[in-house]
Design a protein around this ligand. Structure first.
Ligand code: DX5
Ligand code: ZN
Length: 228
């Protein structure tokens, strides 16, 4: 997994058929997904529950691209080894999830994964200034985490600020929440390179009829491309 700032679309399987993750992932990758975004929720850090390491491990073999695991859990540290064993490429923890984000990010790297740090909409860019040398990815939430299909909250100023703080470091900026062909271009223009999209990618398609997944991904890509 080499670093670049090309536009990457990362479909969130939160919007896929939960009874058919393996086939959904294979379908969306065949339709042009760059990464697969996996949302882990604990019913405590966020008001929703999804799944844990055993499910993440089970879907690993269906992912040919990059398994991008977004932890919306607190605490994080007791579960780091389990997600490493599950095969996560990127493991993202929220800066709000505990008092020791620095230790958490070091532990993620130590377990052999690429560390990411996520910021809720209410958290300023400056909250992660001291850990930028420890991460491969900064995830800017453009919804309050917990659910798919929510309305986009504009974070353009924060993304610009982070892009400038990151400078030449090989650190991705990922945007998560409410990304669609209308909302994505401003984020790409502000300096993001990974766009997570759940409902906007999976709408209208299925494993039996996956072409809409490809059209939906392409619509986001085209909207960003036409901007430049
Ligand atoms: C929100 C999750 C997102 C979500 C995005 O808590 O972290 O990844 O699935 O879904 P959409 O694209 O539908 O907003
Ligand atoms: Zn997410």
């Amino acid at each position: 997994m080499s670093f670049d700032r090309n536009l990457k679309i990362a479909p969130s399987i939160l919007a896929a058929d939960f009874a058919n993750f393996g086939a959904e992932i294979e379908a969306v990758e065949a339709q042009g997904a760059d990464w697969i975004h996996v949302d882990v929720m604990d019913g405590h850090f966020v008001p929703n529950l999804t799944f844990g390491p055993p499910l993440v491990k089970a879907i690993r073999k269906h992912i040919k691209t990059v398994m991008d695991v977004h932890l919306m859990i607190a605490p994080v540290d007791p579960y780091i080894d389990a997600f490493a064993d599950a095969g996560a490429d990127i493991l993202t923890a929220h800066v709000e999830a505990g008092p020791h984000i620095h230790r958490t990010l070091q532990a993620i790297r130590g377990a052999g994964m690429k560390p990411g740090v996520a910021l809720n909409p209410g958290t300023p860019a400056g909250a992660i200034a001291e850990v930028l040398d420890l991460v491969d990815l900064v995830c800017v939430m453009t919804v309050n985490p917990g659910f798919g299909g929510q309305k986009y909250i504009d974070m353009t100023a924060k993304v610009r600020e982070l892009r400038s703080m990151i400078g030449d470091r090989p650190v991705h900026i990922e945007i998560d929440g409410g990304m669609d062909p209308k909302t994505a271009p401003a984020m790409w223009e502000a300096g993001a390179d990974v766009l997570v999209a759940g409902s906007a990618v999976f709408k209208g398609g299925s494993v039996a009829d996956p072409a809409p997944y490809g059209a939906n991904i392409k619509a986001i890509r085209t909207a960003c491309d036409t901007l430049v």
